[in-house]
Write a protein that binds this ligand. Structure first.
Ligand code: PLP
Length: 344
């Protein structure tokens, strides 16, 4: 966390905005559009994720990665139900809902499985490879098996930077399968997304031009305090169509204009916090270079620690260091690791 972010949080609390719609606080919506585009450019995301680019893409600040994943899962589910109803008029809606299935890796964060529980749609956790990476071949095999059994694949949630070892799923090969099968591809980059800002980590961004949505937590790597989960959608209309429930008291003069999104349709609650203010102040105070330097410092500290582990005969690495994460253990029985963990 950083002081600028804390100041932003204090100001937002003081203003006490409850941004149901644009008219409740134009700044709350409009500053979010500005900072989400800044952030997308800073992370070098594909242009179709920017509000300022013509088209249906854009970004929003959710509370957490869990919320972003749930929104993607629910929107993908509703899009799939509508598509199947159109293609198979002989099936009832409940028949279709009973056949839906989603996919992720057995290395994905607990919030992915939880999104499946909340969305009442099973999410199969596919086995990652020995390097803990999920690839297209595992997804292809699972989809072929499920389609043959009459199921309807809906969404695959890949991870860039898994919680356990910061492994990166192979987005290109997963995207190829998702495109063939009309499956929504979401990327959870809750932690590793901060490294997209570094030219030396450009490899991590490979395939992002082919994903439908992604999330990244500013409260993990970007010196912004909790809560601040950025999410981008390639086609926000798919979310708006799925979640749009209107009332007369929510109407305002800019309704339906793409430059002024109604973020309430992109999220689970109606009201929203003015989170953009702490992002704006943090970016304006520390600057892009300051934030990049912070991510590089994390990586350099982890590299130093990795060297210390490698130089000490009592310890070993369990996975290659990735960004700021070093997975290590004392050599020998697992009990020693458990004891060390407890002492730490
Ligand atoms: N995804 C990954 C890869 C994570 O590491 C975490 C948390 O550590 C989450 C999702 C959950 O994040 P949140 O607490 O913002 O829901």
């Amino acid at each position: 966390v950083s002081y600028p972010s804390i100041v932003g949080e204090i100001l937002a609390s003081g203003f006490s905005i409850i941004g149901f719609s644009w008219i409740c606080s134009p700044a709350c919506t409009e500053l979010e559009v500005v900072v989400m585009d800044w952030l997308a450019k800073f992370l070098q995301l594909p242009e179709h994720f920017l509000h300022e680019t013509e088209g249906p893409g854009g970004g929003i600040i959710q509370g957490s990665a869990s919320e972003a994943v749930l929104v993607a899962v629910l929107a993908a589910r509703e899009q799939a139900v509508r598509r199947e109803l159109k293609n198979h008029p002989e099936l009832s809606e409940s028949d279709i809902r009973g056949k839906l299935i989603a996919y992720s890796s057995d290395q994905s964060n607990s919030c992915i499985e939880k999104a499946g529980v909340l969305a009442a749609m099973p999410i199969k956790l596919l086995p990652a490879g020995e390097d803990l990476v999920l690839r297209g071949d595992a997804l292809k095999e699972a989809i072929e098996r499920d389609v043959a059994a009459g199921l309807i694949p809906v969404i695959c949630i890949a991870t860039l930077g898994t919680t356990g070892t910061c492994a990166y799923d192979d987005i290109e090969s997963l995207a190829a399968i998702c495109e063939q099968q009309q499956v929504w591809l979401h990327v959870d980059a809750a932690y590793a997304g901060g490294a997209f800002a570094l030219d030396e980590c450009a490899e991590l961004r490979r395939g992002l031009d082919r994903v439908d949505s992604l999330n990244f937590n500013l409260h993990k790597f970007m010196l912004v305090n909790f809560d601040c989960g950025a999410m981008w959608l390639r086609d926000a209309n798919k979310v708006v169509d799925s979640f749009n429930v209107d009332r007369i008291y929510l109407k305002h003069k800019y309704e339906g204009q793409t430059q002024i999104p109604d973020f309430r349709h992109w999220q689970i609650p109606l009201g929203r916090r003015f989170r953009a203010l702490k992002v704006w102040i943090t970016f304006r105070t520390l600057g892009a270079e300051g934030l990049r330097a912070h991510v590089r410092k994390h990586i350099s500290l982890a590299t130093q620690f990795e060297n210390l582990v490698n130089a000490d005969a009592r310890f070993e690495l369990v996975a290659p260091r990735a960004l700021g994460l070093v997975c290590f253990r004392p050599k020998g029985d697992n009990e020693i690791t458990a004891k060390l963990l407890q002492r730490l």
